[in-house]
Design a protein around this ligand. Structure first.
Ligand SMILES: Cc1cc2nc3c(=O)[nH]c(=O)nc-3n(C[C@H](O)[C@H](O)[C@H](O)COP(=O)(O)O)c2cc1C
Length: 220
C-alpha cells in the first residue's frame, strides 16, 4: 500500500475489475426495480449499476448482468431483464434507510413464480401511466418505459428507460417548489460487497461563474 497503484484493465480478471470498479465508483444509488412477468407475478430486485442520464428526455440507465451458466448451459437473463424485454415497462423504486433491509431480501434469487414483494413484506400500489405497480414503502418511485437496450457480449445488458411519472411519499416533495426534502428522504447508497452508506454527513459548495471567480482572484 506504500506505492501508488496502477494497472491496465487488460491485465485484471473479471472479478478483480468488479471489485475495483464497485469500490472506487461509490456510493451508487440503488434502483429497486419492479416489473411484471408474463404470468402476472410482480418481480422486485435491486440494481446499483444505475443512474440518471438526462432530464430531457428524462432517461435513467440500468446495468443488468446475466446469471452464470450451470454446467453446459449459457448465461441466463435475470427475471427483471426478461420481464422488461417482454413488456418494455418497469418502475424504479428508490431505497431509503427504512427500506434497505427489505431491499436486501428482494436480491435473493427467488424463482420466477415467487414474488419478492411478499417475501420481503412489502406492499404494492397500482401504476398510473404504466400497468406496473410501485412499492408503497419506497420514498420515491419512477414509472419508466424502456427506450433502448444495448447488449454487450453474452453476459451484459444496458437498459435505458424514459421516466414517464414520479410518485413521492407525502412530505418529501414540495408541490409548489418541487424541492425534495433530503432530511426526510434519507436515501442509501451502495458502496461495495455488503457495505452501504447514509447521506447524513453532507457539505455544500457554491458553484461560481468564471466572471465571479476571476473577480475574486483579482481582488485577492
Ligand atoms: C444492492 C444491490 C445491488 C445490485 N446491483 C445489481 C446490478 O446493478 N446489476 C445486476 O445484474 N445485479 C445486481 N444485483 C443483484 C440482483 O439484485 C440479484 O441478482 C437479483 O436476484 C435479481 O433478481 P431477478 O432475477 O428477480 O431480476 C444487486 C444486488 C444488490 C443487493
Amino acid at each position: 500500500m506504500s506505492t501508488p497503484f496502477s494497472a491496465a484493465f487488460s491485465d485484471i480478471n473479471q472479478h478483480e475489475r468488479y471489485k475495483l470498479l464497485c469500490a472506487a465508483i461509490c456510493p451508487r444509488p440503488i434502483a429497486l426495480v419492479t416489473c411484471v412477468s408474463e404470468a402476472g407475478v410482480v418481480n422486485a430486485a435491486p440494481f446499483s449499476f444505475f443512474n440518471v442520464f438526462s432530464e430531457d428526455p428524462a432517461l435513467i440507465v440500468l446495468g443488468l448482468q446475466h446469471r452464470s451458466p450451470k454446467a453446459g448451459a449459457g448465461f441466463v437473463a435475470k427475471d427483471t431483464t426478461r420481464n422488461i424485454a417482454r413488456s418494455g415497462e418497469f418502475v424504479v423504486n428508490m431505497v431509503d434507510e427504512a427500506l434497505a433491509e427489505a431491499m436486501n431480501v428482494t436480491a435473493i434469487d427467488f424463482p420466477p413464480d415467487v414474488s419478492e414483494i411478499d417475501a420481503a413484506g412489502l406492499t404494492l400500489l397500482p401504476g398510473v401511466t404504466i400497468p406496473v405497480p410501485h412499492i408503497a414503502e419506497a420514498p420515491i418511485a419512477f414509472e419508466c418505459r424502456k427506450t433502448v437496450s444495448l447488449v454487450f457480449g453474452p453476459q451484459r445488458e444496458l437498459i435505458i428507460g424514459e421516466v414517464v411519472r414520479i410518485h413521492a411519499r407525502a412530505g418529501l416533495i414540495d408541490p409548489a417548489t418541487l424541492r425534495v426534502d433530503v432530511e426526510a428522504y434519507k436515501p442509501v447508497g451502495r458502496l461495495f460487497a455488503n457495505s452501504y452508506s447514509r447521506q447524513s454527513d453532507r457539505f455544500e459548495l457554491t458553484r461560481e461563474s468564471y466572471a465571479d471567480w476571476a473577480a475574486a482572484r483579482a481582488k485577492a
